[in-house]
Design a protein around this ligand. Structure first.
Ligand SMILES: *Cc1c(COP(=O)(O)O)cnc(C)c1O
Length: 363
């Protein structure tokens, strides 16, 4: 076999460990009491309305999905105030990141991202032999001025993850507006808003207003995997200028978003109560960790998402020790943060379990 060498050289993304895998590895018979707070999933589960919609959809699963997601698009159009031609759905927003790289990246071109930002931008870029320029993030926050300064004539994409995974940090709406104003025309800015629905209301930027105003070279990515609690279904969406959406649509497989996901997503968009409850759980949990962890001498990074980055020292070891206590978190050494772990906010009981386990491990 003669694989392309840039493919052979790729490193594989390390996802949050599934509960069953930890149970297998560590020989736990009972998995019911394992707490997984490693992948920023919604611990309230899917919306009850989405569950009902999925049950209703089962008998039609012999049909191919609607490749154009007509009804889901229509619902989203009403919700966020854009045109159907400005929307594209993906098998998770991860697939949309792949589409962006497929369309824009190649050898000799580069992608600009934050040094502590979501690893998938780099991995997707590497698939197409793009170079990655990493811009330092003072206090773990995207430096948008620095990112503008890093742009070269060969830059094709600049990715801003807001709030950023894994640091949880938010860039201000003013900084974003200033950035968009100065963005060169030859670069597409990708605003990854995977945690938009759980952001504090007063810190939410309005990137969509620029898209509504006709700006061609910016795109917003959102997902049903986080606040909406549908990570298992794999569905996310992009909002952009019809020209840009049209380009991405060229590399999309006709049935990339399954019918169950479309049915559930539509129902989830109608369930505002579920989102309100999710936000309350997240705000309460963040306050809990911000209050309790410093008492253990553990620093926290201010978060606008449903997770928190915390400095325990030796993150990988803490991760392994927590696992033995049936708590799964994420070690942050792959992000150049070897002293940190990332904890997803769960229910109050899960948060307490997490804290107790961390106390025991740190003692
Ligand atoms: C979770 C996450 C995604 C979404 O992934 P899906 O493929 O939609 O499940 C995208 N970007 C960031 C920064 C994330 O944390």
């Amino acid at each position: 076999m003669k694989a392309k060498d840039w493919i052979s050289d790729l490193r594989v993304y390390e996802p949050g460990k599934p509960i069953e895998e930890v149970a297998r590895e560590l020989g736990f018979d009972d998995i019911a009491d394992i707490v997984k707070v490693a992948s920023n999933e919604n611990e309230l589960g899917p919306s009850p309305m989405a569950i009902e919609a999925m049950q209703e959809a089962i008998p039609d699963m012999h049909r191919y999905p609607d490749g154009g997601a007509f009804y889901l698009k229509r619902k989203l159009v009403d919700k966020i105030g854009v045109e159907p031609e400005q929307l594209l759905f993906g098998c998770g927003s991860n697939e949309l990141i792949i589409f962006l790289c497929h369309v824009f990246m190649e050898q000799g071109k580069n992608l600009v991202m934050g040094a502590e930002a979501f690893a998938v931008y780099f991995l997707a870029n590497a698939l197409y032999q793009g170079e990655t320029i990493r811009v330092p993030m003072p206090d773990h926050v995207h430096d948008l001025e620095g990112m503008l300064a890093a742009i070269t004539p060969d830059t094709r994409l600049v990715c801003i993850c807001n709030p950023n995974n894994p640091t949880g940090t938010i860039v201000s709406a003013e900084a974003i507006d200033a950035f968009i104003e100065k963005l060169p025309d030859h670069v597409v800015a990708v605003f990854d808003e995977a945690y938009f629905e759980v952001m504090p209301e007063d810190k939410k930027p309005d990137v969509l207003k620029h898209i509504r105003a006709g700006k061609e070279n910016i795109i917003v990515l959102r997902t049903f995997s986080k606040a909406y609690g549908l990570a298992g279904l794999r569905i996310g969406y992009a909002v952009g200028h019809p020209k840009l959406i049209g380009l991405l649509n060229k590399v999309r497989q006709p049935f990339n978003v399954n019918a169950m996901a479309q049915a559930a997503a539509m129902a989830a968009l109608d369930d505002n109560t579920h989102i309100v409850e999710t936000r309350e759980m997240v705000f309460q949990g963040l306050a809990f960790f911000e209050r309790e962890l410093p008492k253990l001498g553990i620093e926290t990074v201010p978060s606008g998402a449903n997770f928190i980055l915390v400095k325990t020292g030796n993150g990988r070891e803490v991760f392994q020790k927590l696992q033995k206590r049936k708590v799964i978190v994420r070690p942050m050494d792959p992000y150049g943060l070897p002293d940190h772990i990332r904890i997803t906010i769960g229910t109050p009981e899960q948060n307490q379990t997490m804290l107790n386990a961390l106390k025991a491990v740190m003692a």
